[in-house]
Design a protein around this ligand. Structure first.
Ligand SMILES: *[C@@H]1O[C@H](CO)[C@@H](O)[C@H](O)[C@H]1NC(C)=O
Ligand SMILES: *[C@@H]1O[C@H](CO)[C@@H](O)[C@H](O)[C@H]1NC(C)=O
Ligand SMILES: *[C@@H]1O[C@H](CO)[C@@H](O)[C@H](O)[C@H]1NC(C)=O
Ligand SMILES: *[C@@H]1O[C@H](CO)[C@@H](O)[C@H](O)[C@H]1NC(C)=O
Length: 823
């Protein structure tokens, strides 16, 4: 531009100059023309101006030749000595004339004397003194890699100040694969180089292309200039990330904890920048399960455990991973991942009781199926191989059936009474290393079977009851127990029927069937019943029921509930009189009468003693304490009152003492006539043993009368029948005075008009009274003092008497008839 401006000013100047020149020319004359190349050295001679103007050299000085210039710089000077036009300054054509093809420098030479103006024209010729040059030495051209061939990219044109052929003639580019150069010529003739893409670019193959553009001028010698062109291929996201492997495989233990790294996938992307920046993600439509279990590091591609792995629920996980770049549009690549979860023995075997029969009857046969059991272990291989065992001491065993199933059967006898229920411990063990085990206890209840009878606490019971008990008291309680349970152990008590004195035992006692208490149903009388037995049965309510028996012995204890009863002298009412006669001639010791009393009780309660309580004359009579015999103490004198009265008290030895009284009236008579019947004999027969009393004598007494005999027989029969416990059948023998003296009295007391109620044989000692009970109970006992008569209708009464006589050798027999009717 600077040059352009200069040239413009120069044009203007040239025009002005031409105008003046024309005026001058018209007045002055001719014009001189020189031509010189530009860039001459200073002092170079352009031409001999003096000669060309037709002037003489000395004249020059004198006429003051000088060069005038309207404007601008003076490039020339005149050597006045030689008359030569010299170059005084560097002349640059490009500076003076720019791109004009002809470049003329006009000069005016003025001389005086006369004033003359000569015009000189100097043409400046161009020389190739400039090389083409580019404004920018290094140019960067950015081309997208996907641009199609044929695309043009204008380049900067070079500049050459020279003109004409010395200016830029053409451009060339270094040889390369992708580009060529075309030159476009504008209307003004300027040439513009253009880069044309010949072959597609691939940034991934070559990202940068270096080219050299050369501009060449047409001078001689040729001059050129270069510019370096850098073609940068702009990346296009034309490469998808590529995984190194299609399928990645890994094993991971199911015990791997969250955060454990499993494997790393790796993809590469040939693109650059964001187009090559890879991000790893799970493929779309990855199941949530996988997302819950695994995680992937987006930047590294490392897959890590996130959730809880479980071989049992899933032993293999397959999923896809996508690698994405960040270009636009983004591209992605895919791979598959297979993760095997290796098994760990992490599951305890499980015992499942499929069915259980309980309770089981205790009499179940061996081999009865109690339960069906199966085992489970979700682990695989040996870790899931389960063996099931049962505790060895239980009466059960396991029979394996179809796979992993077992039946639990009985293996021995069961007894509910020793073991009401069994806890059967089952142990399942797998074959892992280490093995895992689990246990389960099943409770097998036993069902009772009525296999135990009730058992009484005692086999027999003894009960002692006082007589005269209140009816309804509890005699005793029996109890039985039963090892069974429920109804099988529910006991009811009963009394087995039997007879007591011809009466069913159930009329004596009854039993509370629930608790075994035995009650009396009425008051017992020892005098009637001394002992009896009850069979008690305890029965359970099983089906069939079982029972057992026990015996209860009831002993009735005597009580002193009977007062002595006076048999003789009898009295219709208490204290009634009975008159005894005795001769006044009686000596001391004469037996007046004998008071007889009995006591229905036994033992001490029946031990009777007599005492004289009152007497008209105490000095005359005495009463034997034991026998009740009333005898005279002394001889009766004339002064003694003929009527004597005695009150005799009779007591037993019971507690409390019971007593009775008897009043005896005695008439002293001067002449005593024969008693009605005196059977007193001297019995001389010594051969019989003194210890034996033969009650056959009784029969002799029966001879009183035939009527009496009959009555007696009836009595005897009755005696035999009621012999047990009937005191009235006891035959008592006693000595008269002296225990050592075997002097015996047989007394038979008869009703005057009725059957014999009481026969007493006195003999033996007093102590034998205590045995009288037993004698009564067992009349046939060998040492008995008493014998019963078995009367028969054929018996001759006299014979009986004789037998009696013979059997009682030295006794005095007294037969007395009384009116006694009381017991
Ligand atoms: C995984 O384990 C199996 C069996 O244990 C083995 O065959 C396989 O080679 C393992 N794979 C890898 C990737 O370790
Ligand atoms: C991914 O891995 C890198 C390198 O180990 C780590 O710096 C980065 O925190 C990880 N990213 C995640 C989300 O865990
Ligand atoms: C049996 O039951 C009766 C009536 O309930 C009762 O009086 C008696 O005492 C009981 N006996 C026992 C041994 O419990
Ligand atoms: C109990 O006594 C009854 C009657 O005497 C008899 O039938 C039964 O067999 C006895 N029971 C036992 C267990 O002895």
């Amino acid at each position: 531009m600077k040059q352009g401006k200069i040239s413009c000013q120069q044009d203007l100047r040239v025009l002005l100059w031409w105008h003046h020149f024309y005026l001058l020319w018209s007045t002055i004359g001719a014009q001189t023309h020189y031509s010189i190349p530009e860039e001459l050295k200073q002092g170079s001679v352009v031409g001999n101006i003096a000669k060309d103007l037709g002037l003489l050299v000395p004249e020059l000085h004198r006429r003051k030749l000088r060069i005038t210039s309207e404007a601008g710089k003076q490039y020339f000077n005149v050597d006045l000595g030689k008359g030569e036009l010299l170059v005084t300054d560097r002349i640059d054509r490009e500076e003076l004339c720019g791109q004009r093809l002809s470049c003329l420098l006009p000069l005016e030479l003025v001389i005086d004397n006369p004033l003359q103006v000569h015009r000189v024209e100097i043409e400046i010729q161009d020389t190739n003194d400039h090389s083409p040059s580019f404004h920018t030495k290094e140019k960067v051209v950015k081309i997208a890699e996907l641009v199609n061939p044929g695309a043009r990219f204008p380049l900067e044109s070079a500049n050459d100040p020279d003109v004409g052929s010395n200016s830029v003639r053409t451009y060339i580019i270094n040889k390369n694969e992708h580009f060529k150069l075309t030159i476009k010529t504008l209307k003004d003739g300027r040439k513009i180089p253009e880069l044309v893409l010949e072959k597609p670019l691939d940034r991934e193959m070559q990202a940068v292309h270096k080219l050299v553009l050369t501009a060449v001028d047409g001078g001689d010698p040729v001059r050129s200039g270069t510019s370096e062109i850098t073609v940068i291929v702009l990346d296009n996201n034309d490469n998808a990330p590529q995984f190194e492997k299609q399928v990645y495989e890994a094993n991971v233990s199911e015990r791997a904890t969250s955060g454990t790294e499993i494997l790393q996938v790796k993809a590469t992307d040939a693109d650059e920048g964001l187009n090559g920046e890879i991000e790893y993600v799970f493929a779309e439509q990855t199941p949530d399960l996988i997302l819950a279990l695994f995680d992937i590091n987006q930047s590294t591609g490392t897959i890590i455990v996130k959730g809880v792995l479980d071989h049992e629920s899933n032993s293999l996980h397959r999923f896809d991973i996508t690698a994405k770049d960040k270009g636009n549009p983004e591209m992605d690549g895919h791979c598959s991942v297979e993760i095997k979860i290796s098994d760990i023995n992490d599951n305890n075997p499980e015992i499942v009781v499929t069915s259980l029969t309980t309770p089981v009857p205790e009499d179940s046969a061996i081999g009865t199926v109690i339960a069906i059991i199966s085992t489970r272990d979700p682990d695989s291989g040996d870790n899931g191989k389960v063996t099931l065992t049962v505790s060895p001491k239980s009466p059960f065993k396991l029979n394996p059936s179809i796979s992993k199933h077992y039946s639990l059967v009985t293996n021995g006898p069961l007894d509910r009474e020793t073991n009401g229920q069994y806890s059967v411990k089952l142990t399942a063990t797998d074959s892992g290393k280490p093995p895992l085990k689990s246990e389960k206890t099943i409770v097998v209840e036993l069902l009772d079977v009525n296999d135990n009878p009730p058992l009484f606490s005692q086999r027999s019971y003894a009960v002692y009851v006082k007589e005269n008990n209140a009816p309804g008291i509890i005699l005793c309680s029996v109890s039985a127990s039963d090892l069974d349970s429920g109804e099988n152990a529910k006991i009811s008590y009963s009394i087995l029927d039997s007879k007591v004195q011809d009466v069913s035992v159930s009329s004596y006692v009854y039993i509370n069937s629930d608790n075994g208490s035995i009650y009396s149903m009425h008051s017992f009388d020892y005098e009637k019943l001394k002992v009896f037995q009850i069979q008690v049965q305890a029965k359970d309510q099983g089906s069939p029921p079982l029972s057992s028996n026990a015996t209860v012995h009831v002993f009735i204890l005597d009580q002193n509930d009977n007062a002595p009863a006076v048999i003789y002298p009898s009295s219709a009412a208490l204290g009634s009189l009975s008159h005894q006669r005795m001769p006044r001639s009686a000596k001391a010791g004469h037996l007046v009468t004998k008071v007889t009393a009995v006591d229905a009780d036994s033992g001490h309660n029946a031990w009777i003693s007599y005492r004289l309580a009152e007497a008209t004359d105490v000095s005359l009579f005495t009463v034997n304490q034991y026998t009740g015999e009333v005898r005279t103490k002394r001889s009766v004198s004339e002064q003694d009152d003929s009527s004597q009265r005695l009150l005799i008290e009779i007591k037993d030895d019971g507690e409390p003492v019971q007593s009775a009284t008897a009043t005896v009236s005695i008439l002293l008579e001067d002449a005593l006539h024969e008693p009605i019947l005196d059977l007193r004999h001297k019995v001389s027969e010594p051969s019989r043993k003194t210890g034996r009393i033969t009650l056959y004598l009784i029969l002799s007494l029966a001879s009183v009368s035939v009527l009496s005999l009959v009555t007696f027989l009836i009595l005897a029969v009755k005696c035999i029948r009621t012999s047990r416990g009937s005191g009235s059948c006891c035959m008592r023998r006693s000595d008269c005075d002296d225990y050592k003296n075997p002097n015996r009295n047989l007394q038979i007391q008869l009703n005057t008009d009725g059957p014999i109620k009481y026969v007493e044989v006195l003999g033996g000692d007093m102590m034998s009274q205590s045995q009288s009970f037993r004698s009564c109970m067992s009349p046939m006992s060998e040492y008995s003092d008493f014998t019963l008569i078995k009367p028969s209708s054929t018996t001759d009464f006299k014979e009986v008497i004789s037998v009696l006589d013979a059997s009682l050798p030295d006794s005095t027999w007294t037969f007395e008839r009384t009116l006694h009717s009381r017991k």
